[in-house]
Every structure is written in C-alpha cells, then in structure tokens.
Design a protein around this ligand. Structure first.
Ligand code: F3S
Length: 755
C-alpha cells in the first residue's frame, strides 16, 4: 500500500482547497460526487463551473484497474508510449478467461494451460511497468479492488463495466475502454462529460429476508436499463448509513445495469470498519481527518431536490426481496408477486440451477447469510432440489469462508465451488444440460441476465436475486416458492419453514488468506522482458503507426460506403473475435464485416477497384494495403456508437484506411480515431453523402493548413473522369492535430519521454 498511501495523503491534502475553489465558482453547496470530481480536475485553475450533462472535462484519476480480456490491447498500446513505468497506480486482474466447468481446482488448471500465453504476457508486462498483477484464481477485479485499493474520495477508471463497485467505499469509479486506461497510465488526461446527478434517499433499515441487493433490484425497476445514463447515482440518508460497505458495493456494482456512469455512497463508519477489517486502518484514519469532504454538504442533505437532477426515495423498512428478470435486469418483481408472474408468463417454474457469488455478491456477509439457510436445510432435513454453485469473488473471501466452515455447510447441499473468477457470469460456463433446446430457468446473485449471457443458451431464463433468495429457491427447486410464507416437505415428509437468514458483515476472527495470488512488480523493471511469442495468434506486439507524410492525402480508394447503423460491433465484431483482442492483425480480419454496403445492401461484400472483384471488406482492404494504396470509409449518422472498443479505430488504421468520412460520429469513437492518428471527418452538408460513388478515387485537400475550426476539402474523382468538390468539417483541436501529424497520440508521448 505504500504507493497508495502517499497518493491518498496527497489527494486529501489538496481536497480542502480544491473543494473551496469549486464551491466558490459554483456559488452553492456541493454534493459528494461534485467534490470528488472537482478535486480531480486535470487543470485546477477553475474559473467557470462545468454544466452537468453538457461540458466535457479533463480529469486526473488516481488509479487504473484492468481485467485480463481488456488489459491486453490496453497494455500493448501502453508499451507504445515508451514510459518506463505507469503514471498512476495500476493493476491487472486475471478473472475473465477462466471457464467454470467442474470445480475450482481443475477449471483453474485448464484455464492456466489454455490461456498461458495471455497470462504470461500480462504477468511480464505488469512486472516491467510497475503494475500490480493478480494471478488467475486471485479473484474478480471488483472484489479485489474493494478489498485492496478502493478508498473514500478517490477516482479510478477500470476496463470493465462493473468498476463502479468501488463506490461502496466512497470512490468515483468508472468503467472505460482499454484506450482510456492506456491514456491514464501513459500520463494523459482522461475526458468525461460532466455527469448529471441522481439522488437516492434511503430511509429506514433492512430486516429479515431483505438485503442490499434488493435495493438495487428495486432501483433498476424504477429507473430501467437506460435511466442512469450519463449520471452518477448518489445514495444518502440514514438507510444508506445502515448498510455494510460490501452491501453498498453490491448496489454500486449493479448501477451499471441502469446505465449509470457510476454510483457512490458517502464515507461513514461502516466504510471505516471495512477498511480496518481489510488491513487499511491507516486509510480509515486519513479519511476520518477529511470526513467533511467525503460527504455532501449539509444543505444538500437538507434539501436534496434542489441539488440533484433527479431524486428518488426508498424506505428500506418496507422493501421486499426482489427477483428481476428474465432476460433483463430491470424487470423487477417483489417476492410476493413473483410466483404469480412466473405462472402468468409461463416461465419454467422448475429451477435447474442457483448460482451465488460473482463480483456483485460474494462478501462475507452474503456468504454467511446464504450459509445460514444451507445450515437450516441440514437441520430441517431438506435436500436441495436444484444444482447450486458458489463463485467466490476473491481468494481472501474463499479462504476465510472455508476457515469459518461455510464451505463445509454448502457441501452438505451438494454445492460446487467454482474458481474465484467470472466463469458463469460471462458465459464462461460449460453447463451440463441434457437438452439445451428446452426452456429452462436458473437464478443467480450476479448482475446481468441478458439472453444467453450465463450459459450461451437462449432458452435459459435467468433471474437475478440476492444470495439468500437464490439459496432458498435452489433448496426448493421451484420459482413459485416464497420462503417467507411457504413451507417445504422435508425427507421425513414433514412441512418445514425457513427462519430468516442471519449473517455477519465481517468475519469475527478477521479475514485470512494463505496466498492471495498477488505479484508485486519489479522495483526496477528495465531489464524485464515482456513475453510475447512471435508465433502467437492471440497476441502481437504493436509497431508505432507512421507519421503523416506532410502533404495532402490523395488517390484514396473508397473501401465501403456504409449505410445506416454502423456501431462498434459492426466495425469490430465481438463474439468469437474476442479471442484475438490482443492481436491487432488477426482481429483486423473482422474489419467492418457487419456494416451494410450502400451499393449492394449486403454485409461484408465490397468491390475492389484494383481487381473489379467483389470480396470481403478486410480482404479487399488488405489488397489495397499490399498495393500501397490508401482508402477511405464513408458512413452515415452516429457512426461508431456502442462500446468504447479501441479496436474499432485501430483496425482501419492498421490496415491502411486513412480517413473516416461520415454524416455524424459517436463522440467516443471519433476521439478514438483521432488518438490513432486517423482523419475523422464529417460532411458539412450531409447530402454530399449521396455524391460518393462506388468507383471513386478521393483526395483530401487542405491538410498542410490543418487548423481547429477550418474546413478541409474533399475532391471526388469519379470513374467517368468528372470531379466534384465539397467541404468537410472536423473537430480537431491543436493537440489533436499534433496527434494526427505524429501518427497517433502515443507517438507524441513517446517523443516527449525520449524513448
Ligand atoms: Fe466478472 Fe461478471 Fe463481474 S464478468 S467482473 S463477475 S460482472
């Protein structure tokens, strides 16, 4: 923690002044999120307030976390920056590439063999560049971050959508793409649209069967999967203070299911207890010293409607357990209405598998409450009717719950303990099923339940609930069972009823672990070799992209004129291609294969101007590249919407596309293109899109005077010898023009560090 504690001290030292300045500029009291955001401005010379939901702002996050799937390209790119070390504390977590099949030990061994080259790369690159490396089996990124790195008032980015889990410890923690992680590690600012704020006032106290999970299941029902978009959800009130830190983490984690930028709770005694329980009494002590900056101002709590863009209230004392699903996490059912919903909708009532754990719900509290029900099953002579699995979030939790006897209790239910990894949460689940075509039901304490997410089977109806409800349902084997009101017949034929689950927020004997699975980086990594096999088909070291030639770009061939929707999925498909996300050349074979060609209305069929033949988009582009001919891609509205996947910008760059000319861009993709040294241009008059013909050769004129706000000119050289000219717009600022000239943003950093 030495690296972190100095960073935390420095942040807390500057917080009072930063917040005072911001409060003066805003001219009003501040919410917790605003205090943290304004304390992390890249440029602290603040003179005017930022407008929430409108202004783009540069931030300086305190740390970066990456999971193994997204870390590959982020780190391959980072290597291009030429820095000897990462600019902020960073960690890599091997959790996504481990398939759950038979049980922890065997599954882990198989994964380590199958993905050896990826793990070897991540381990060596981490070692070299000062990055903490959590080995396969160490745990799931968000649980490990909560146990080790999250701290009140901090700001972090993570290459995974459930990064907001760290909001449970009062951190602004935001999920991003690998390109953003790379930038922050390389020492660049990180840009975010100033988020809106949604306040959730919690009154009352949870009791009985209700848990923190039910808070977010209820909120998801209220706000729906899009309701949190562009906003930070801030929880407060006496009810918030009554929740354990890990319970808060669960709520923040699933804020991703309502599209929230992140979710957060204010620093309170429950967080201090958790920090102390996880060996960070020093952080708690420092946080106590600035506690007033780790919560909203009193005026905000007194009149929240005046400070939040939206406010909702929930009385925890009246909250019922919820079950959400199937197929979407915002279809929220209170337990008392669920049986009826199952019958009316004809969902399979027989429950085949109950799964607890994951990054969302594998705290000591969750496990101990679920174990109390498993113990009751033993005591009351009940046999579990459904399969039951446990996916611990970390080795720290797994070791501790084993020591405290919970695993033994679960064993009596016939439970299978999976590896401390994502496994069944992300489709890495080789589920045993006799007939995959049959409609079937499962229930998990995870966060997402979209079709086919868990087991790849669209016939599986996945529901989401708390670990205690999942456990009770797994014992009953029946989704129409209500553990609060109904009885079950035991092996003696006697009707028995569950008592309320009981649990402990923290282990009374403290957490324990034998080997947490952490590899600290070398103090001096200069001699460490990054391991990438030259024959690997999953990993490939990157070479710097070439700089601009200093002249107008002429003679470009039209690769494709895309029609209609062209998301990052159309540009760089996911699914089986994810395997190649660390190998730019191989993954480039999916370039634009999902885009619809304007001229024939077909996907992945374009005409090559070199041969006249129709071929695939990547194949045709490789032909141009081999001939040393640049190309241009033309697109429609909102080109590149969807994920922040950097591959969608890197692939065309790698294969020799020089410019993307569209009616409009999704902003993140536009920025990603700029970072890679591409020209991202928009039609000044969208009707000019119609002028582009299949056999056009295209010039981009004006680049020698490329300047912010100054239009460039497109010259269309039609095959019949005629030409047409029209202006195009761009949004490059001075710094971004330098990126273009240098061939990419990382080339600038490399030049500045003298590599
Ligand atoms: Fe992993 Fe699922 Fe969480 S994929 S990071 S356990 S949401």
């Amino acid at each position: 923690m030495a690296f972190d504690i100095e960073m935390i001290k420095a942040l807390y030292a500057r917080m009072p002044e930063r917040v005072a300045t911001a409060r003066q500029v805003l001219g009003r009291p501040m919410t917790l999120s605003e205090k943290i955001l304004y304390a992390h401005l890249w440029d602290s010379s603040l003179s005017t307030p930022f407008t929430r939901g409108k202004d783009y702002v540069d931030f300086a996050p305190d740390r970066v976390a990456m999971q193994d799937a997204t870390a590959q390209m982020a780190l391959l790119q980072f290597m291009q920056a030429g820095r000897p070390k990462v600019a902020v504390p960073s960690t890599v977590h091997c959790d996504h590439l481990i398939q759950a099949k038979v049980g922890a030990k065997e599954d882990l061994t198989n994964a380590v063999t199958q993905s050896k080259e990826v793990f070897d790369f991540l381990s060596s690159v981490s070692n070299k560049y000062g990055i903490g490396f959590w080995k396969p089996g160490a745990g799931i990124i968000h649980q490990v971050v909560l146990e080790n790195y999250a701290f009140p008032g901090g700001m972090m980015i993570g290459t995974d959508s459930h990064t907001p889990n760290a909001g449970g410890l009062g951190m602004v923690a935001i999920g991003v793409g690998g390109a953003d992680a790379c930038d922050v590690m390389a020492g660049l600012a990180w840009e975010l649209k100033m988020p809106k704020l949604i306040g959730v006032k919690l009154t009352g106290k949870l009791s009985g069967w209700t848990s923190a999970k039910d808070v977010i299941l209820w909120v998801a029902g209220q706000l729906t999967v899009k309701g949190g978009t562009g906003a930070i959800v801030e929880y407060f009130g006496e009810g918030a203070e009554s929740l354990s830190a890990t319970g808060k983490g669960t709520i923040c984690n699933m804020g991703a299911e309502i599209g929230a930028t992140t979710s957060i709770f204010a620093y309170d005694p429950k967080m201090a207890e958790y920090l102390k329980g996880t060996g960070r009494a020093d952080v708690a002590e420092l946080a106590d010293g600035v506690a007033g900056y780790l919560r909203s101002d009193d005026e905000v709590y007194a009149d929240p409607a005046a400070y939040y863009d939206q406010l909702i209230e929930l009385d925890l004392s009246t909250l019922e357990p919820h079950i959400n699903g199937p197929f979407t996490p915002d279809l929220a059912w209170p337990l008392s209405k669920f049986a009826q919903a199952v019958k009316e909708n004809n969902w399979p009532a027989e429950l085949e598998v109950g799964l607890i754990g994951s990054c969302t719900n594998s705290s000591y509290e969750d496990i101990s409450r679920a174990a109390s029900l498993a113990q009751q099953a033993v005591d009351k002579k009940l046999k579990a009717k459904a399969e039951y699995t446990i996916t611990p979030g970390s080795e720290l939790v797994r070791f501790t719950i084993e020591r405290d006897g919970f695993i033994d209790i679960f064993d009596t239910m016939g439970a299978v303990v999976m590896a401390n990894a994502c496994g069944p949460c992300i489709g890495q689940w080789a589920r045993h099923t006799s007939d995959p075509t049959k409609k079937n039901s499962i229930i998990t304490s995870f966060n997402r339940n979209f079709k086919a997410r868990n087991d790849g089977n669209p016939n599986t109806h996945a529901f989401v609930a708390s670990p205690e409800i999942v456990t009770a349902f797994a014992i009953a084997g029946d989704l129409t069972f209500n553990p609060i009101t109904d009885t079950l017949l035991n092996t003696d034929g006697v009707a028995v009823k569950f008592d309320e689950p009981q649990g402990l927020e923290l282990p009374p004997r403290g957490f324990a672990v034998d080997d947490a699975g952490y590899q600290a980086p070398a103090a001096d990594g200069s001699a460490v070799q990054v391991i990438v096999s030259p024959t690997s088909d999953r990993l490939q070291l990157l070479a710097p992209f070439t700089a601009w030639e200093g002249t107008d770009v002429t003679g470009l061939k039209l690769l494709i004129k895309a029609k209609g929707k062209c998301t990052t999925d159309h540009i760089s498909m996911a699914g089986p291609w994810l395997k190649f996300r660390g190998h730019l050349d191989n993954i480039s074979n999916n370039l634009l294969i999902g885009a619809t060609n304007f001229f024939n209305e077909k996907a992945n069929e374009v005409k090559s101007q070199l041969t006249g033949e129709v071929g695939t988009v990547p194949g045709t582009q490789r032909g141009y590249k081999a001939a040393g001919i640049g190309t241009i891609v033309v697109g429609d509205e909102n080109y590149g919407e969807g994920s922040s996947r950097e591959h969608a910008a890197m692939e065309p760059r790698h294969l020799g596309v020089r410019a993307i000319l569209v009616k409009s861009f999704a902003r993140i993709h536009e920025t990603n293109l700029k970072k890679q040294g591409m020209l991202a241009l928009t039609f000044a008059d969208p009707a000019d899109y119609d002028k582009i013909l299949e056999d056009d050769t295209i010039d981009i004129v004006g680049l020698t005077e490329f300047a912010p706000g100054k239009q460039l000119t497109i010259v269309l050289n039609h095959a019949d010898g005629t030409t047409e000219t029209f202006p195009v717009n761009h949004t490059y600022n001075d710094a971004q023009i330098e990126w273009f000239k240098a061939g990419g943003a990382l080339n600038i950093i490399r030049a500045s560090v003298g590599a």
